[in-house]
Design a protein around this ligand. Sequence first.
Ligand SMILES: Cc1cc2nc3c(=O)[nH]c(=O)nc-3n(C[C@H](O)[C@H](O)[C@H](O)COP(=O)(O)OP(=O)(O)OC[C@H]3O[C@@H](n4cnc5c(N)ncnc54)[C@H](O)[C@@H]3O)c2cc1C
Length: 469
Amino acid sequence: MGDSESEEIWDYIVVGGGLTGLGMAALLSFEGSRVLLIEKDKVIGGRSRTTKKNGFILDEKPFHLMKFGWKNPLNDVLRAMKDENYQRLLIHPVRHYHLYVGTEETKKLKPNTYEQSKLKYFKQGWISIPRNINQMRKSDYFGVWKLIRIFTSGFKCTYEDMRDKSLQEFNESKKMNEASAHYLKLAAGVLMHSPYADLVSAGEVLRSIKWSSKQPVLFGYPDGGWQPIIDRFVEIIKRNGKILTNCETNQLFFEENKEKRLETKKINTSKGDFSAHNFILSLPPKRVPRLFQVDGENILDPEIRAFIEKLIPTSGISMDIALSHRPYKGRSLLHFENPDAFGIFISNVESSIAPRGKLLMTVFAPIHPEKIKDKTFIQNLISDLREKIFKMYPKLKEDVEFERIRVHEIVDNTFVNTYQYKDIRPKTRIPGIDNCFLIGDYVAAYGWGEDIGYSSIWELYRVLKERKK
Ligand SMILES: Cc1cc2nc3c(=O)[nH]c(=O)nc-3n(C[C@H](O)[C@H](O)[C@H](O)COP(=O)(O)OP(=O)(O)OC[C@H]3O[C@@H](n4cnc5c(N)ncnc54)[C@H](O)[C@@H]3O)c2cc1C
């Protein structure tokens, strides 16, 4: 590395090269700012990195869908950067959501006539999960009269009333019938990776259902996978800036300005010190506080530190199954119960991620936050999940090219429970420090799960625009 980068005063230094940091840096670079992006690992992309195996393009962290398809806040970043090289991102929609029936827990569910006509294709059968009033008319179990309770009782109370109440408390207080409570649990599972009624915030679940029922699709998958998005961000950052990989950030340096407020001046990294007018931290939250250690004292706002210390992420296990033939052609999102899990034949949704005539299925099962250290529980969960998947789809056992099972302690940094809902999370602006900001999937931005991080790009963008006025 030449001296020029370390001597230059950048407009922005963005720390962390996951999709949130990359999207933020690209947006600023696109508008003409000089941006330096610093990433600890050799390869950028963070949790959204992709890898190749036997001709399959795999998400490093599988079951990686684009929530709300075209309406994803990350797609808004891509759209905001329109120029002569701009190509609209093709997003393949997932239009159908099915819940498998037939286990002890769900055998009382009754498929409607259309569903029954399809049952011959599956040993266990499924029922579709409606996303709005129109679809509810077509479902017997989650029918409109049963679900009307959610839309009347639930939406009559405000988010503010319900954000610190658990879903269980909400169900009890509103005397929710079984089907409605079941629906709310499924929504919390798929939208927030948290199907735990005793923990998840009722206000957030209701808001997410309300929001998602208005979106054209609940999920999509980007054409070519996530790599083209990463590549586009890199291309734009490099127009006006630079990316340093293999560069770990250790500490920030501060000075008092004329108004006697603290300003960040420099950042110390494994590749030297770098200066900027503004610093944006797009890091895993647990790595943030140590950057603010000055002469044995931590100058990060104590409330933010306390929040981060207690912060509980969502956790889960993922399973990829790659086959050398294509026995199933379905493109629906599949919910399984007992154990709770979601799956999709992802290469049927976006064919270029598997070699011709082959199939990739990806499955995700959330893990209860209290069970993540329990090895026996996790081993049992993995074997129950495999048994369930192979029972539903027996042909998945034939001609398996590879299986990949992984445990993820952090899926999303925020489990949206009754003390981690939006308004209680740290804001992008750090109190007491003028030019240092936080983004990522734990700050006070709209969304549930991964989209919190992508929305935080826009949250900060608005703050920066406001400051320029
Ligand atoms: C199993 C699983 C499934 C998921 N499913 C989905 C999904 O369906 N859809 C979806 O949109 N998202 C999904 N996500 C979440 C998604 O991957 C993230 O929300 C997204 O990648 C954005 O992450 P980020 O940039 O905020 O953080 P990260 O990707 O975690 O990026 C943080 C970066 O900071 C770097 N870093 C850390 N410390 C330092 C340091 N000291 N100095 C410099 N750099 C540092 C890290 O190496 C990393 O690259 C899933 C995640 C997992 C694990």
